[in-house]
Design a protein around this ligand. Sequence first.
Ligand SMILES: [Fe+2]
Ligand SMILES: [Fe+2]
Length: 301
Amino acid sequence: MNHDYRYQAKQVDKIIVRPFSFEFPDDLDPKWVPDNIVRSHFFNGVSLTMPYLEPFLVKTMREASEQISEPKLLEDIRGFNGQEASHYKCHRRLNTLLKANGYPEFEEVEARLDATYKRLSTRSLRTRLAYSAGFECMTNGFTTWLINKRQQLFRGASPHIASFWLMHMIEETEHKTVAFDVYMAYSGQYLPRAIGVFHGSFHVLAYGIIGMFTALKKDGKLSELNCITGIIQHFFSLLWNVGPFLLRALLPWHNPRGEADPEWMRQWVIGHAALSADEQLPLVDTNDPDMPVPFTQGVTA
Ligand SMILES: [Fe+2]
Ligand SMILES: [Fe+2]
């Protein structure tokens, strides 16, 4: 353990575990972003990884928590694990529909994910914590990208899937410090953490991309020029929006507390808090040019 570790206050006081009561329609179209099959399948590919990655994160945090005595960090871990467990269960429901509605080939990707996470689970706790902290740093970039560019990314898209991704990213922002803090409390060494930034980020992205190519191959699109240019555009956008977060995560003095939370996320959290417990989660209006938070109460203009 790192005896120099001291807990620091974070922007979000309490990590709230919310029900993910999204009911995806049975006839959900896996090509859910209009006129953008690449973007649809990229996010479908990333969704495939979640029921393997997120239980791995939960198990890793749970194992590390046995050695942690700081009450605030233990409370954060409970919030982190509660949120990640809701995420992967909802991704699993979505993935089942994606497979049923045209892409049974995703099962082969899932088998590979199962094997790779079983292998990863045998690595040292320090390696697994560095991986977890590194992945969560990349997720900060994803959150900012998805929330701040939601109008370009999800205009006219399935409100169910777009709302689900945006809500997932909001909770990622809420718990963005936890995996990093646990790594710092356990080890704090720079080099393994820096390796974890690449390991966590590229491992998940690689399997997301395998999922994307699996679907594009099934659709017979890989030889089409507009598909190839779409892939190039998409990866340029990913690199441009998420890359700086990876670079900042590599700084020896990095702390996710230094990354600003998007204003839309803050509004969403306030709006959701005013929702009564028996109300269904409202969906983001993807046809509204501004795509405001889907709440009317408690939201300031
Ligand atoms: Fe998550
Ligand atoms: Fe997370």
